[in-house]
Design a protein around this ligand. Structure first.
Ligand SMILES: NC(=O)c1ccc[n+]([C@@H]2O[C@H](COP(=O)([O-])OP(=O)(O)OC[C@H]3O[C@@H](n4cnc5c(N)ncnc54)[C@H](OP(=O)(O)O)[C@@H]3O)[C@@H](O)[C@H]2O)c1
Length: 367
């Protein structure tokens, strides 16, 4: 709903001025439009942007260990979207292939507003065949999946030779030797999520075995059929035994977890000695308790990945990744289905749908 108030052009924007439950603190406001793009920036009119769990963690403060003070104008959440270039700032050279009027996908913080200034480094023209619903989702989840795959490959290639040297317990050392010579099993929580399915599909194609975990056993069979991987519901009291059975004596050398809390702890516990827990999200928003035994006696590692790591890579590396991200979306359109689309004025309904169990798709904000 663009407009002019006392000569200042106004736009709609979803903002928060204090950290808290998104249902309480997110408000739709009329705000002045951004200034002209500065050096290296483009001004994008946003058409659609998804809600991600990370956005809601940003709103409740869970993503920021120091909880930065919120400016008087408020913060806008949202990290990606699709839109149209309205203006291009100085210093954006032709090699970027960006023109006024181009339909573009982009990564930026604060996309839940009509217009946004974005660094040209994080803007890419959208191929004609990629409709807006998909083009709005090419960055966050595909990058997370790509980062997980890269990390797992690195872990697989460097399986703990250092720990082998310092391992104190004979059986642990033996376990580590076996782990080094086997392709290994990866235990994946939130197995039905977009990120997990993208990562698991690629890892499976590279020869890794996957065991999936979901919160509800009622979902396990359908996902097992769709993926061809064993899938276990952790609402079943014997679920950990089921995981061991599915591993069938093979080493579980990596756990990919986005649940956090008790489930993150259990995934860590199920890893074989020398295994690595990779945390990449926290759907429960609860910390993972890490018993020292896992670190001191069974030589496990806990680490994580985040979008922010990718944003720090050199431009050349990131721009080489972009066609791969687009291809991931094209090849796996089923993982990017839309469960609901709402105008920004219906942010509360959109968040409610986002949080409903079994939603089965992305929630988009439009306009
Ligand atoms: N580190 C990064 O850079 C990065 C980037 C992107 C995403 N992520 C994280 O990756 C995770 C998955 O995101 P996504 O967009 O792929 O998910 P998604 O496609 O939106 O799917 C959400 C999944 O989470 C499950 N779920 C929701 N709340 C849960 C809870 N409290 N406990 C257990 N399972 C729960 C849902 O299960 P039901 O079907 O049972 O509802 C569903 O399978 C999120 O934690 C997200 O923050 C991290």
């Amino acid at each position: 709903m663009p407009g002019v108030l006392s000569g200042v052009k106004m736009m709609d924007r979803v903002v928060f001025r204090k950290y808290g439950n998104p249902l309480d603190v997110l408000k739709l406001e009329r705000s002045p439009e951004p200034a002209e793009p500065g050096s290296g920036q483009v001004l994008v009119r946003v058409n659609k942007r998804p809600i991600h769990n990370g956005d809601l963690l940003m709103v409740d403060g869970g993503h920021d260990p120091i909880k930065r003070p919120i400016p008087a104008s408020g913060f806008s959440a949202g990290c990606e979207g699709v839109g149209t270039i309205e203006a291009i700032g100085p210093g954006v050279d032709d090699s970027r292939g960006l023109r006024v009027g181009d339909r573009v996908s982009f990564f930026a913080v604060g996309t839940w507003q009509e217009l946004i200034l974005v660094s040209a480094d994080f803007v890419t023209p959208v191929p004609m065949d990629l409709e807006d619903d998909l083009a709005a989702q090419i960055f966050i989840n595909p990058i997370a999946a790509m980062a997980l795959v890269r990390l797992v490959e690195k872990i697989a290639a460097n399986q703990k030779t250092d720990v082998l040297r310092i391992g104190a317990l004979e059986d642990v050392v033996e376990d580590l030797r076996i782990a080094k010579t086997e392709p290994g099993v990866i235990l994946v929580s939130v197995a039905g999520s977009t990120v997990a399915r993208l990562a698991a599909t690629t890892l499976k194609a590279k020869g890794f075995s996957i065991i999936g975990l979901v919160r509800s056993s009622s979902k396990a069979a359908a996902l097992q059929q769709a993926t061809g991987n064993p899938v276990i519901g952790y609402d079943d009291e014997n679920w950990q035994e089921e995981v061991r059975k599915a591993a069938a004596g093979r080493k579980i050398f990596v756990g990919l977890d986005a649940v956090g809390g008790k489930i993150g702890e259990d995934v860590l516990g199920l890893l074989s000695p020398g295994g690595t827990l990779v945390s990449y999200g926290s759907l429960t928003a609860e910390p993972i308790p890490v018993d020292h035994v896992h670190l001191c006696m069974t030589a496990k590692t806990v680490c994580g990945i985040g979008m922010v790591h990718w944003t720090q890579l050199p431009y050349e590396t990131r721009s080489a990744d972009v066609p791969r991200l687009i291809q991931m979306v094209r090849d796996n359109q089923d993982f990017f289905k839309v469960a609901g689309e709402f105008p920004m004025s219906s942010i509360t309904e959109a968040v409610r749908l986002f949080r409903s169990p079994g939603r089965g798709g992305t929630v988009l904000l439009s306009g």
